[in-house]
Design a protein around this ligand. Structure first.
Ligand code: BES
Ligand code: MN
Ligand code: ZN
Length: 495
């Protein structure tokens, strides 16, 4: 896809489709007014007929308009002009791209200069347009013999916003494209089936990333190497599987060596059967998405390398497959984690925390400025929040506030749950230092409590993305979240 900032009056733009805004009650935007007056009232005829009200999300197509160069006009409802928030703008972009995607239009021009977004800087729209365009052009084809048609759109342009330099807007387009591509990469890894996207596959992806980017180095630890480090908790998840577990460590060096890194740790269970505590059959296929935390980390690493962020970042993927089998860990088994703490595995389906605790202990060696883990950790997060929220828990309120703000800014939103001392005793074990489950209540919180035992010395946050990482039902597929949030966070860290 080619992106550009294209100046000039809307009627003079040659594009296969030009997009203009109609506000509530059929009120025409400046661009729509201009086209309407030149083009034989082709827009006001529609709004006055009552067929288009300008409600947020509405779209209507006009073919062969007269007096203007573009071949089609797509009218896009923007809602209340005075409350054109970033959230509303994204809705408008998504719906316009969806409508335009049904056309054989190779070039789209977004004539949105008069649409001022109330809660963002001027260049934000350029970035988001490119991000949403990439997002909407994603197709899953890898395992289909009949490939879907590639999107007809090849070029997207945006009218320059006033009050911002063209260079800034062009850079914003480029950054948005990079973010959109990273989101698609996370979707792709998530969507690949468990028999293709194994721990070894993820390790290979991370190695390829290092080959492609000068700033990235990748190191992959084998089971043998992990055993030497005492990562028995992580390894206990993998013993039931023929797939070898991997601890994948990616380093992006964008700043001085003495600048402490931000460390991201992703849960990479490439398939979660539940192990001996086997899951029921219904929707078990969706447990191929149990590596979406890892996918978001690898995609974020790709993104920051391409953005050339001047910050040090370490991405760690705890990759394993959770299977039952004669060698599998059994309920009641006790393992000694890398930290030295013993863990009673009361439920082998609570495996995410078992791989994460060792990865979090491993992360200590980098002396992180901040440590964030991303995991499809609990069904309880889905029950609590549904699909819209990344559940956030942290031992540091300042870090939590920043992450919440990044979620709002990127519209990849998070909501905080309490990590209070009162919940910790639910993890008491009669036979080990800690149990791996905390009973039926407050499942997202007790899972985070478990992780908190391994991050006491760290500035740490946990994102439970069990609800946000993929869609179920007819639209089944990975969403690429929370790449948007993570990239937003890391972009704020550059010096
Ligand atoms: N990967 C699952 C969490 C999950 C379940 C995400 C359903 C999305 C949808 C995780 O490994 C798991 O099985 N968690 C258990 C924990 C329980 C045994 C304490 C859960 O949430 O049921
Ligand atoms: Mn599980
Ligand atoms: Zn799991």
């Amino acid at each position: 896809m080619k992106y550009s900032i294209k100046g000039g009056s809307p009627e003079k733009i040659s594009a296969d489709c030009i997009i203009v805004v109609i506000w509530n009650k059929g009120s025409l935007s400046e661009e729509a007014k201009l086209i309407d007056s030149i083009g034989n009232k082709c827009i006001s005829k529609i709004t006055q007929s009552g067929d288009l009200s300008g409600r947020l999300g509405e779209t209507q197509l006009i073919h062969n308009p007269t007096g203007i160069k573009a071949k089609r006009i797509l009218l896009a409802g923007g809602g209340d002009k005075n409350r054109f928030t970033a959230k509303n703008a994204v809705r408008l972009l998504k719906n316009s791209l969806k409508a335009a995607g049904k056309l054989q239009a190779a070039s789209l021009h977004f004539a949105l200069a008069s649409a001022v977004i109330s809660d963002r800087e001027n260049a934000w729209l350029a970035s988001r347009l490119a991000q949403e365009t990439e997002d909407s052009s994603y197709r899953y084809n890898a395992t289909k013999s009949k490939k879907s048609n590639p999107p007809a759109t090849k070029a997207v342009s945006l009218a320059p916003a006033t009050g911002t330099r063209r260079k800034t807007q062009e850079a914003a387009l480029k950054a948005g494209r990079t973010i959109g591509k990273a989101i698609n990469y996370a979707k792709q890894l998530g969507n690949l089936p468990g028999n293709i996207c194994t721990p070894t596959y993820l390790a290979n992806e991370a190695s390829v990333l290092a080959e492609r980017h000068r700033t990235i180095t990748t190191k992959v630890l084998s089971e043998k190497q992990m055993a030497r480090l005492g990562m028995n908790s992580l390894l206990s998840v993998a013993v039931g599987s023929n797939e070898e577990a991997k601890l994948i460590v990616m380093q992006h060096k964008g700043a001085n060596t003495n600048s402490k890194p931000h460390v991201l740790v992703g849960k990479g269970i490439t398939f979660d059967t539940g192990g001996i505590s086997l899951k029921p059959g219904a929707a078990m296929d969706e447990m191929k998405f149990d590596m979406c935390g890892a996918a978001s980390v690898i995609a974020t690493m790709q993104c920051i390398a391409e953005l050339k962020l001047r910050v040090n970042v370490v991405g760690i993927l705890a990759a394993a497959e959770n299977m039952p089998g004669s060698k599998a860990t059994k309920p009641g088994d006790i393992v000694t984690s890398m930290s030295g703490k013993t863990i009673e595995v009361l439920n082998t389906d609570a495996e995410g925390r078992l791989v994460l605790c060792d990865a979090l202990t491993y992360a200590e060696r980098f002396k992180p400025q901040s440590l964030i883990d991303i995991a499809t950790l609990t069904g309880a997060a889905v029950a609590t929040f549904g699909k819209h929220v990344n559940a956030l828990l942290s031992n540091n309120d300042k870090l939590a506030k920043v992450l919440l703000d990044c979620g709002e800014h990127s519209l990849d939103r998070a909501w905080q749950l309490p990590l209070w001392e009162e919940y910790q005793s639910l993890l008491n074990s009669n036979f080990a230092d800690i149990a791996n489950i905390g009973g039926p209540r407050a499942g997202t919180i007790t899972a985070a409590c478990f992780l908190s035992r391994f991050t006491k010395k760290q500035n740490w946050a946990h994102l439970d993305i069990a609800g946000s990482a993929w869609n179920s039902g007819t639209q089944k597929g990975a969403t690429g979240r929370p790449v948007g949030l993570l990239v937003d966070y890391l972009r704020r860290q550059k010096q």
